[in-house]
Design a binder for this molecule. Structure first.
Ligand code: NAP
Length: 300
């Protein structure tokens, strides 16, 4: 691409989200290096330079973008031996896109600042298909001048950017959104089970609800998955949904408020995981609600 952006970006974590994000950065002309724990996945980003170690990916980068499963993975990759913290040059940015706790965001922001580096938390809304279409909603938090410098990165992967004042607030905003998704899943599951107990076909009821007063991308998409009992393959596995609800409840404790809806969904998600359903889609929390309602296996 002729007007290739000058920033060199290393993407660490090539899962369902990281791989399409890295491919879009390549497509927009960034100089991209990639690293993944399972090195075979580096082949999913043609045009990027695969790196055998985190240090090799980080040591010459302007920006290290991490898209990893959870706090433990982010901690390991950043603070572990041979991790990002030790290798990243002074003045470079760690752009953390995973959905993680407020506590680790605070810790990484302080650790990077102490090395003359910068941590920008930048969680995203949107599933892997939106990531592939470069239509994520990006929520970066940190110094305005740095966010401005990173604007071409956000534009390469997303359709809109919603800047927040601090990394911690970006993480909090993402958790607030995921809490709303989890609560909506619970409500949809209960409403459709309620209708089905009275003999209404879930797809018919979903058509009515989403076609009238409850039309929204989340209701339409997740309601459709629940109505069709379409939980595999998972675009966002239930175990990661449980991780996020756990993060919401941990943050709510720190902030001193109770979030009873989150507690209800947490119980249902824990039941699903206990029953071996952690790898089905997040919307599969409906399976537990159905069972509690005494409904049999969904017709499919
Ligand atoms: P994923 O497909 O499960 O990928 C997880 C990535 O983390 C893989 O690259 C995996 O490496 C890596 N990883 C896990 N544990 C690790 C460790 N201990 N050390 C190093 N690497 C490790 O997950 P995803 O869907 O891409 O999600 C990534 C993040 O984005 C999560 O925080 C998720 O909550 C968030 N998110 C997901 C969605 C979605 O719809 N999927 C939407 C928005 C945000 P291996 O390949 O070696 O296992």
């Amino acid at each position: 691409m002729s007007n290739a952006p000058a920033l060199g970006i290393s993407v660490l974590g090539l899962g369902q989200m990281g791989a399409p994000i890295a491919r879009n950065l390549v497509a927009r002309g960034f100089s991209v290096k990639v690293w993944n724990r399972d090195a075979a996945k580096t082949a999913t980003v043609p045009g990027a330079t695969p790196c055998p170690t985190i240090a090799e990916a980080a040591e010459s980068a302007d920006v290290v973008l991490t898209m990893l499963a959870d706090d433990a993975a982010l901690r390991q990759v950043t603070l572990g031996a041979g991790g990002v913290l030790d290798a990243l040059p002074k003045g470079a940015v760690h752009l953390g896109m995973s959905t993680v706790s407020l506590a680790i965001v605070r810790e990484l922001a302080a650790a990077h600042a102490a090395r003359g580096q910068e941590y920008i938390a930048s969680p995203v809304f949107g599933r892997p298909d939106l990531a592939a279409a470069a239509k994520l909603f990006v929520v970066p938090g940190g110094a305005p001048a740095t966010l401005e410098r990173l604007a071409p990165v956000f534009a390469a992967i997303g359709q809109a950017t919603f800047p927040m004042a601090t990394p911690e607030q970006a993480a909090l905003a993402k958790l607030a959104g995921n809490f709303m998704i989890a609560g909506t899943l619970e409500i949809l599951s209960e409403a459709l089970a309620f209708g089905e107990k009275g003999g209404i076909d879930p797809e018919q009821l979903m058509g009515l609800l989403s076609g009238t007063v409850f039309g929204s991308p989340i209701v339409n998409r997740y309601g459709g998955l629940i109505a069709r009992a379409d939980f595999e393959p998972a675009a966002f596995p239930l175990r990661l949904g449980l991780k996020d609800v756990n993060l919401v409840l941990a943050a709510s404790q720190q902030l001193g408020l109770s979030m009873p809806v989150a507690s209800v969904v947490q119980q249902h998600l824990l039941t699903a995981v206990d029953q071996g359903r952690g790898d089905i889609d997040f919307a599969g929390v409906a399976t537990v609600v159905r069972e509690e309602a005494g409904l049999g296996a969904p017709r499919r």
